[in-house]
Design a protein around this ligand. Structure first.
Ligand code: ADP
Ligand code: MG
Length: 627
């Protein structure tokens, strides 16, 4: 049979172009990727062989062999793992099917500088072989099948596949090295790299040098014991980091490494990591957590939903159980009681470590929070049992402080007479800080938490107080700041407004805007802006309502209350005008204009932008000397 030529998925070609032309200086990581794939392939077969022992009967000892042939300028990485057949090769070595890869590939711009940093986060896996090779040849035979296949590509737009010979199951990736990659033919260099990238791997990695005189003796390079089974004291920080990069597909350092063994009623070992950088697909819907489940050192699955709650989906690492049966089916795991117990233990351990960091290493904790706080906060909503601990851990921006604050610290700073924890929610904390609804609070020195993650609106739906203090939105209901003592004495001595004029004005606004707002009233929360919108006490918070409408989970909108600022010169002037000249004409136009302004500040769409701009132009014209 002749070779069949197939094209790479367009995105892979794009990726390969970047990989071959400009990729990072650390070319050596291709070996980590290939060894990592070889070890994954062995793990997968080991799992299958639990129920089908015949698959490995002829060759039960898993291993990875790195072979160097300096004369031929080739380097190969071979394993006796699960192998690939033709369809597997087309699927796995022609496309990128990893979770979140869609989102990642869309972000590729074609501009090498920008793309390289993205790729650094994503990892190019198998394709990294093309950083060092002109030509990559993959020969593979799937466990349980007789036919072997050869996949060949020079990293251009296509690859070929043909039938091949391979005496036993497994995969060999052979690279013909580029001139500038000759260092990877040197044995010392190889030894050093393979040691770094494989010491944590649970199967033997050998190096064979074909250039040696006489018989090429394989030399085993690593300890070949699963890193999590070794005592902590024998594991270096570098080894932990390497293992993290292997299991977590990370390129960064772990922010937190948690290695512990539970003995007693249930027995398991966990080696978990929190990354120090935020993965690009943290919020993509198909994103899974990155914790692998092992049973007695045998890899079972990296897709056990029950093992880690989704609000801890930033975790990477392994949990190895001594109690689960080896032949537990992946389906049965979903509702397994033991898994649930391990999950509770994992959650408690992780929270415990986070609490320590939050208390002792404020800056480090802040970095964590910037990366993963929005995810952890999902737990406040989902996990009633851990809610209080999560609330205490949570950090927020505040109108009164730079940096992050906890609810506990907020409560300690509350003003005399202040009886609630105030917050505002919206799309970003900087614009929230400029919201008109905050003005009165600022003037009285009352802090307002600026909550800018979409999840905030949801947990606020289930948490109504902290430390006995109600949580109150500053954009809903009345703003009762009268009880709060002001810092500034003069502020309390307000100059009296003309209440008769204001009553006429309010009546005029109400009449004009009757079908657009629920009510018009004097504001206690405004000091600088003329108007703002707020939700009525019993209604949904405005930002949540907008979020739900945007996600089509709500199709009606409650009417707002328009608050007007009696201290604002414009409002005072309009009051006077309304009393003297009645409401038709300018007062009516002003009412509509001001409502639209309040909508704009809220980030809401104007029902009739044309009318708004005409009224605005008319008003501006009146304020200028006639031409
Ligand atoms: P990842 O390892 O993150 O899935 P890679 O690009 O490294 O991504 O590999 C792509 C896929 O190719 C793997 O998921 C696997 O299905 C397949 N693969 C790669 N190397 C091997 C191998 N040595 N044995 C079997 N399958 C392999
Ligand atoms: Mg891989």
């Amino acid at each position: 049979m002749t070779a069949e030529t197939l094209s790479f998925q367009a995105e892979v070609s794009k990726l390969l172009h970047i990989v071959t032309h400009s990729l990072y200086s650390e070319k050596e990581i291709f070996l980590r990727e290939l060894i990592s794939n070889a070890s994954d392939a062995c793990d997968r077969l080991r799992y299958l062989a639990i129920t089908k022992p015949e698959l490995t009967a002829d060759d039960p000892a898993f291993k990875v062999t790195v072979t160097v042939d300096a004369k031929a300028k080739t380097l190969s990485v071979a394993d006796n793992g699960i192998g690939m057949n033709r369809d597997d090769m087309v699927e796995n070595l022609g496309t990128i099917a990893r979770s979140g890869s869609g989102a990642f590939l869309e972000q590729l711009t074609g501009d090498a500088d920008k793309d390289i940093s993205l790729i650094g986060q994503f990892g190019v896996g198998f394709y990294s072989a093309f950083m060092v090779a002109d030509k990559v040849e993959v020969a593979s035979r799937k466990a349980g099948e007789d036919q072997a296949w050869r996949w060949v590509s020079d990293g251009g737009g296509d690859f070929s596949i043909e039938e091949a010979e391979r005496p036993a199951r497994g995969t060999t990736v052979q690279m013909t090295l580029r001139k500038d990659a000759a260092e990877f033919l040197e044995l010392d260099r190889l030894r050093q790299i393979v040691t770094t990238y494989s010491n944590h791997i649970a199967l033997p990695i050998e190096i064979v040098d074909l250039g040696k005189e006489g018989d090429a003796e394989p030399e085993t390079i690593n300890q070949a014991s699963a890193i999590w089974t070794r005592p902590k004291s024998e594991i270096t920080a570098e080894q932990y980091t390497e293992f993290y990069r292997h299991v977590g597909h990370g390129f960064d350092e772990p922010w937190l490494t948690l290695h512990s063994k539970a003995e007693g009623k249930i027995e398991y070992t966990m080696l978990l990591f929190v990354p120090s950088a935020k993965p690009f697909d943290l919020f993509s819907p198909e994103r899974k957590h990155g914790v692998k489940l092992y049973v007695k050192r045998v890899f079972i699955t990296d897709d056990c939903e029950g093992l880690v709650p989704s609000y801890m989906r930033f975790l990477r690492g392994v949990v190895d159980s001594e109690d689960l049966p080896l032949n537990v089916s992946r389906e049965l795991l979903q509702n397994n009681l033991l898994v649930q117990k391990i999950r509770t233990a994992v959650v408690k351990r992780v929270l415990g470590e986070l609490e320590k960091k939050a208390e002792k290493q404020l800056e480090e904790f802040a970095t964590f929070w910037e990366n993963f706080g929005a995810v952890l906060k999902e737990g406040i909503y989902e996990d009633t049992e851990m809610r209080d601990r999560l609330l205490k851990l949570a950090r927020f921006r505040s109108s009164g402080q730079d940096g992050l604050t906890s609810l506990g610290e907020y409560v300690e700073r509350m003003k005399e007479g202040q009886d609630a924890v105030y917050y505002i929610t919206g799309p970003d904390s900087d614009s929230l800080a400029r919201s008109p609804q905050l003005e009165g609070f600022k003037a009285k020195g009352v802090e307002v938490l600026l909550l800018a993650d979409p999840v905030d609106d949801f947990w606020l739906g289930v948490v109504h107080e902290f430390d006995g203090k109600p949580l109150k939105s500053v954009t809903r209901g009345g703003a009762d700041l009268d009880t709060v003592k002001s810092d500034d004495k003069e502020d309390d001595a307000e100059k009296p407004e003309d209440s008769a004029e204001l009553s006429v004005l309010i009546a005029a606004f109400k009449q004009t805007l009757e079908d657009q707002v629920k009510d018009v009233r004097l504001s206690k929360r405004l000091t600088d802006s003329p108007v703002c919108l707020v939700a009525d006490d019993g209604d949904m918070d405005m930002h949540l309502e907008r979020l739900l409408r945007a996600h089509k989970q709500l199709d009606s909108a409650a009417k707002r209350i328009l608050e007007i600022n009696p201290k604002h010169a414009l409002i005072a002037a309009l009051g006077k005008l309304a009393k003297e000249k009645g409401i038709k004409g300018d007062v009516e136009d002003a009412a509509r204009l001001l409502l639209d302004q309040a909508r704009i500040i809220e980030g809401e769409a104007l029902p009739d932008p044309g009318a708004f701009s005409r009224r605005m132009a008319d008003f501006m014209a009146k304020g200028l000397p006639a031409a």
